[in-house]
Design a protein around this ligand. Structure first.
Ligand code: HEC
Length: 170
């Protein structure tokens, strides 16, 4: 009788403590078993992160958008928005220098030569100066494409209208 009570008690503890834990473990396994962010060691997490940081093509799609927005912001007299586009383009190139070290040398040349006239033109809110500065930047974009074996990626000197919503606001 005593033995039986002890057994029941033990079984009770086992069931009450372990069953919920097992059930919890199951749901967790279901959710996390393939989730490297939660279960992998730091080395593996880091190697995965390095694989998914934005590459040149990802960054260039954004550069293309900002190229259009920059041009049309100036054309539509939205100079603050133009300045903002230019700054974002500069920071994209700095990001590229981190994510794709092999582009650093040509990216640096672009940072130095691509933006040497734009800030003054934007500050002066001068369409005349801007056109010249924009053409100069375009030349530097293309020079970098040539240096990086992508000469076939050309850019229109008058880009189609940008998609930035601020361009369309009253
Ligand atoms: C550091 C060199 C460099 C600079 C500076 C640069 N590009 Fe690029 N760009 C590239 C490379 C390299 C590619 C090809 C993408 C790849 O290799 O993954 C590319 C691709 C592109 C693409 C095609 C993206 C696609 O996948 O369809 C566009 C658009 C583009 N660049 C726009 C620009 C514009 C606009 C500028 C200047 C404002 C510019 N790029 C400046 C190196 C550069």
């Amino acid at each position: 009788m005593k033995v039986l009570r002890k057994f029941t008690l033990l079984a009770g503890i086992f069931i009450s403590t372990n069953t919920p834990l097992l059930a919890f473990g199951d749901t967790n396994d279901h959710k996390n078993s393939n989730d490297w962010r939660k279960i992998a060691d730091t080395e593996k997490q880091l190697s995965h992160l390095i694989k998914v940081i934005p590459g040149t093509a990802d960054i260039m799609i954004q550069m293309g958008e900002r190229y259009k927005n920059l041009y049309w912001a100036a054309k539509l007299d939205k100079w603050e928005f133009a300045a903002y586009q230019m700054e974002e383009m500069q920071s994209l190139i700095r990001k590229l220098m981190i994510t794709r070290p092999k582009r650093t040398t040509s990216a640096n040349i672009f940072l130095q030569n691509g933006f040497n006239k734009l800030p003054v033109a934007i500050e002066a809110k001068s369409w005349q100066q801007f056109r010249d500065a924009f053409a100069n930047m375009r030349k530097e974009c293309l020079a970098c494409h040539i240096k990086n074996n992508h000469a076939f990626i050309r850019l229109p000197s008058v880009p189609p209208k940008g998609s930035g919503l601020a361009l369309f606001a009253e």
